[in-house]
Design a protein around this ligand. Structure first.
Ligand SMILES: *[C@@H]1O[C@H](CO)[C@@H](O)[C@H](O)[C@H]1NC(C)=O
Ligand SMILES: *[C@@H]1O[C@H](CO)[C@@H](O)[C@H](O)[C@H]1NC(C)=O
Length: 384
């Protein structure tokens, strides 16, 4: 729905409230006032835009206003992760070396076939925790980002902080780096890419084994830091836990991340949930064979998104091996996303970039320039 219509309904609801003083408004799309009623009254939904305190109604019928997104900030997106800078980052957040540059020739290669999004992992290159980003590394990383942005069709780029919510074994704000040390990194990245609407900020790759409410607070502080650094227009990807499992999301981190607000924006359309899902026997993305097309898991996710204010998610990692099972299952998974792109706004395959063509899930083109058959058979037909 258009924001101006929301304003209209909120104004209408307020007018109705004033006219019937004993039946105050307690909710509805666009309503920012109190959502509780006086003792003896209950909040009853009249329609999605208007809930009213009714004397004698059961307080349990109260429906608090959930943040709602009114429109999609992104078109349907499909593309590939270009890995490399993340190669030395372990799942405990330790890293060595400076990573490997993904070959920039891949951006035009995939974009010319219709890919309109690339995810570029970032390595946490602040020589001092909470300090200034290493300018040499930042220049290298930015050259890759600019190359992707200037590929045919001007693709989107996800700047992906690939550190599992950790640094050298310690969890952010849970024994490891402080929230301020983490948000300092995001302030610097946000200043660099502020208001280029083609740059999407992936707040953190695959948090895991942490306290979810505490982590949701860290995510909120990162959102606040990005917005106060002046990047008010960029779409932000909000990560849950369990390695951002799409399956765990609705019952694990989803309820907490729903409450994250977007300072300076009138709705939550620029806050998109970040999810990952593989198709192998243990959902790890380490086996060549696929055992599911994930449609059951994604159907549950879509229904949860729809019933929580029509929010959106983006599948920023999925992938399979060079096998007929994966050609079938990945193809069905991506076709489902394409059909439901109002809820799951896109997918990013794992992975090309600096991987060679022997990697189990490789999508790196062969030396002769031909594509992997998984790309040709399962991915390409489902690109935007
Ligand atoms: C993190 O994991 C890596 C790889 O398994 C290991 O070499 C390193 O010692 C670990 N670091 C910490 C601080 O636990
Ligand atoms: C992919 O699988 C096909 C069929 O089994 C095989 O011919 C081809 O060499 C494989 N490609 C790679 C890169 O392993």
């Amino acid at each position: 729905m258009h924001p101006q219509k929301r304003l209209f309904f909120a104004t209408l609801a307020a007018a109705v409230s004033a006219a019937t003083a004993q039946s105050p408004v307690c909710g509805g799309i666009g309503w920012t006032g109190p959502t509780t009623c006086a003792s003896g009254s209950g909040c009853v939904v009249s329609n999605p835009y208007y809930s009213q305190c009714i004397p004698g109604a059961s307080p349990t019928s109260s429906t608090p206003t959930s943040p709602s997104s009114t429109s999609s900030a992104l078109p349907f997106v499909g593309g590939v992760n270009t890995a490399g800078y993340d190669f030395s980052v372990a799942t405990n957040g330790s890293f060595t070396g400076t990573g490997v540059n993904p070959p920039t020739s891949q951006f035009a290669h995939f974009a010319s076939q219709g890919a309109n999004i690339f995810r570029i992992p970032w390595q946490l290159m602040t020589p001092t925790l909470g300090g200034t980003i290493d300018p040499t590394f930042f220049a290298r990383y930015d050259a890759t980002v600019q190359s992707a942005l200037s590929a045919p069709g001007s693709p989107y780029v996800i700047v992906d902080v690939h550190n599992y919510a950790r640094w050298n074994g310690g969890i952010i704000a849970q024994g490891g780096p402080t929230n301020n040390q983490f948000t300092s990194l995001w302030s610097q990245l946000a200043q660099k890419y502020a208001n280029n609407p083609k740059v999407i900020f992936g707040i953190m790759n695959e948090p895991h084994d942490l306290d979810v409410p505490t982590w949701a607070n860290t995510v909120q502080l990162a959102v606040n830091a990005i917005r106060s650094a002046g990047a008010t227009e960029n779409v932000l990807l909000l990560p849950g836990s369990s390695y951002t499992s799409a399956q765990a999301f609705p019952t694990e981190a989803g309820p907490y991340l729903l409450k994250v607000t977007d300072p300076g924006n009138t709705d939550t359309s620029k806050l998109v949930f970040d999810v990952h899902k593989y198709l192998d026997s243990d959902n790890s993305g380490t086996h060549a064979d696929c055992v599911t097309n994930n449609v059951n898991v994604l159907t549950t996710l879509v229904s949860w998104l729809k019933s929580n204010g029509n929010r959106q998610a983006l599948l920023s990692e999925t992938g399979g091996g060079n096998t007929s099972s994966c050609e079938t299952d990945v193809g069905q998974e991506l076709a489902y996303i394409k059909q439901n792109s109002d809820s799951i706004v896109g997918f990013v395959m794992w992975a090309a970039g600096a991987f060679d063509t022997t990697y189990t899930l490789t999508l790196t083109p062969n030396p002769d320039g031909s594509d992997q058959s998984l790309w040709t058979i399962a991915v390409k037909p489902n690109l935007p």
